[in-house]
Design a protein around this ligand. Structure first.
Ligand code: KG4
Ligand code: ZN
Length: 335
């Protein structure tokens, strides 16, 4: 079954063709990073406008690269929630138009679920149930993937997401957007034990995350050093800060592995491209005797191939909607 999938939840306009949820026939990503960089972060209004400008061309390229046309497509999947509302609406309305004009079923897909599904593309043998740590610009979740369309959230962030924390600290460090990528590059050259940051835990909530304290501690350290005229070694700072974020994420993951007894663990989301995170999660999984699944770099960030993968399982589960589909900025994974 060939699914044409569309993703516009943030600052990447994406379209893909995926066969049977696992085989990527094409995967086009038009990034807006250069546009937003001058503002130091994503400007929602500009993101929506740029999606409108390129979505037709991106979708056309996805079909051409797959060597198919609309008659070979059996369904259309689209990220409908959660995300920037104006950005989501562009993809949702475009997908609705395609569905109506070509008489194809329309499948709404949850963005975070699709990040998890990126792993199905890379690992043909991966099947639920498993435990998944999702870390992106807007979300940090520890989730039980009970089957392809059922989830239980074990932990989530009480404030900022991990990617957001990277990006905000990077901005104060004077690094370009998206800062997570820049910090991770600098971190490779630095001493991760040079500076010390808190790993705050929330009483009675061992699996929930909190990144705002870590963000504030890092920003204060930079400001204080600036006021006193002290020099901060930027590579050592990046390495120490990256280590602190990784510790916060992986300490919860390790508790969750022990609590639930899962022996299959997956990583997902934009921040899963982070080398220090990948290394630490690998170390924990081998200590705990778990097999580990991590998306390749091209499937870590936002893309439509992962939407086609999740869309396939939603379709098998009967999740098809009509033209009353509307985008939503916020949506639980559990319903
Ligand atoms: O999943 P994603 O592409 O978009 C959302 O759904 O939010 O994640 C984007 C986030 C950004 O915050 C970006 O800085 C972060 O992922 N990111 C990284 C790395 N690559 C992307 N953070 C740390 N290390 C990286 N290598
Ligand atoms: Zn994402």
């Amino acid at each position: 079954m060939n699914i044409l999938s569309i993703e516009t939840s943030c600052d990447e306009t994406c379209a893909a063709v995926v066969k049977d949820g696992r085989e990527v026939l094409s995967n086009i990503v038009a990034s807006q990073i250069e546009t937003h960089r001058i503002y130091g972060g994503v400007v929602p209004e500009i993101a929506s406008r740029q999606h409108i400008e390129v979505i037709y061309d991106v979708t056309d390229r996805a079909l051409k690269e797959a060597g198919l046309n609309m008659k070979d497509i059996e369904a259309i999947a689209v990220t409908a929630w959660p995300g920037l509302i104006g950005a989501l609406l562009v993809g949702v309305n475009f997908a609705k138009g395609l569905s109506l004009a070509n008489n194809k079923p329309l499948i709404p897909v949850h963005h975070i679920k699709s990040h998890i599904a990126a792993n199905y593309i890379q690992f043909k043998e991966l099947e639920p149930p498993f435990l998944c740590l999702i870390v992106s610009g807007g979300h940090s979740n520890l989730v039980e993937v009970l089957d392809y369309t059922t989830y239980r959230v074990l932990g989530k962030t009480r404030d900022d997401a991990a990617g957001e924390c990277f990006d905000k600290v990077a901005r104060v460090m004077g690094l370009p957007y998206p800062g997570g990528v820049e910090i991770s590059k600098l971190a490779l050259k630095g001493n991760q034990d040079r500076y010390h940051f808190p790993n705050p835990s929330i009483e009675g909530e061992p699996l929930n995350f909190s990144f705002s304290g870590l963000k504030t501690a890092a920003i204060n350290m930079l400001h204080n050093a600036g006021q006193k005229g002290e020099e901060i070694n930027i590579e050592d700072f990046a390495a120490s800060f990256n280590k602190a974020v990784v510790e916060a994420l992986t300490s919860r993951l390790q508790i969750a592995i022990r609590q639930t007894g899962y022996k299959k663990v997956a990583l997902a989301g934009g921040v899963s491209a982070n080398k220090m995170l990948r290394d630490k999660v690998s170390e924990i999984c081998s200590e705990e005797g778990c097999s580990l699944y991590m998306p390749p770099h091209y499937l870590c960030g936002d893309n439509a191939a992962m939407v086609g993968a999740q869309g396939y399982y939603e379709y098998l589960n009967g999740v098809i909607c009509d033209l009353s589909l509307n985008a939503q900025a916020v949506k639980s994974m559990e319903k």
